[in-house]
Design a protein around this ligand. Sequence first.
Ligand code: NAD
Ligand code: UD1
Length: 339
Amino acid sequence: MTRVLVTGGAGYIGTHTCVELLARGYEPVVVDNFVNSTPEAIRRVSRLTGRTLTWYEGDVRDTGKMAHLLGKHECRAVIHFAGLKAVGESTERPLDYYSVNTLGTHALASAMLDAGVHQLVFSSSATVYGEPVFLPYTESHPLQPTSPYGRSKQAAEMLLNDIAASGAMRDIAILRYFNPIGAHPSGLIGEDPNDVPNNLMPYVAQVAVGRRPFLNIWGNDYDTPDGTGVRDYLHVVDLARAHVLALDRFRHTHGPVTLNLGTGHGSSVLDVVKAFEEASGRRIPLRFEPRRAGDIAAFWADPSLAEETLGWKAENTLEDMCRDQWTWQSRNPLGYEAA
Ligand code: NAD
Ligand code: UD1
């Protein structure tokens, strides 16, 4: 059994990845400080998989603790999800974002070297690209992130690439996620935002379930087919699978790699609303509002390198994503809170 330390494993993408790891013969050891999650999410993963999960409350910046856990469980690899991810908040609290996202990655990498662990999968974001110079974004697109969040991820990427170049850590996969949405089809785990959701899909789902009266559409005057913003939405289970494939690859291929994870297709806000209405049978009342500051009109991935490198391709459609989001939201209208 290959044990893997999963930082931020109680979060949205982390829980889905734990499910896929268990299904593919890996044993996750979760560490999370629960700033944006709850131990209930880990209990749900256990319920879903029928397996007991080992987990610890801890901060990824605690190098000593991370090295101790890596040694204690004889982990072969680390998947590093722990991070802060709200763009707006990052402009108000840049110190926290650099502390967790950049220095947290530094602390974790130090712990890995102390413990002799040399395989790391890191959560980066399409937000590192910034305003598109060309589309779709390939991995060699210039990096010009427009927020402290994006820059804190870019800085972590630079650190990891320098560690790889030094020869100190052999196997690093930097994964740049596009827009993950949806939930595990069981409806047991899903995204559970703390406050008012910033992101489109959780907001739409909360409108459908009656927690919010209408969706604000931030801008319908973009140079896009219907005037609303276009993104590359991918199913969180497809995204989770890519992490397992990245670990599998380390068995036979070494060296650092940076990969886009998206479907390669853009959908507009109105496309998403329509697909969600069809999946849920609920109507989503809309209000058109001015553009949201800092938003980009349209972007999507060129995911071909991930297919070449990992044999990974997103399989779920927008309809699948909306159906599974609705299953999660309708069965857990208040998220994990009710449990
Ligand atoms: P999430 O907030 O659900 O999960 C992150 C987890 O990390 C949470 O459980 C949180 O409690 C934990 N955490 C935060 N700071 C920590 C610390 N100092 N020590 C230990 N644990 C800590 O977010 P997510 O959507 O699952 O995102 C996972 C990763 O993927 C993040 O690094 C995020 O920046 C990145 N990412 C997410 C998206 C997205 O749209 N969800 C897109 C691109 C990149
Ligand atoms: C946001 C982050 C980005 C992060 C990504 C995934 C910003 C500026 N960027 O990107 O860094 O990687 O989430 O977590 O926050 N929309 C509405 N109404 C809403 C919410 C969103 O119309 O209530 C629109 C947006 O204008 C956008 C699209 O829906 O066109 C998607 O928005 P969102 O889900 O927030 O994702 P991103 O903007 O791609």
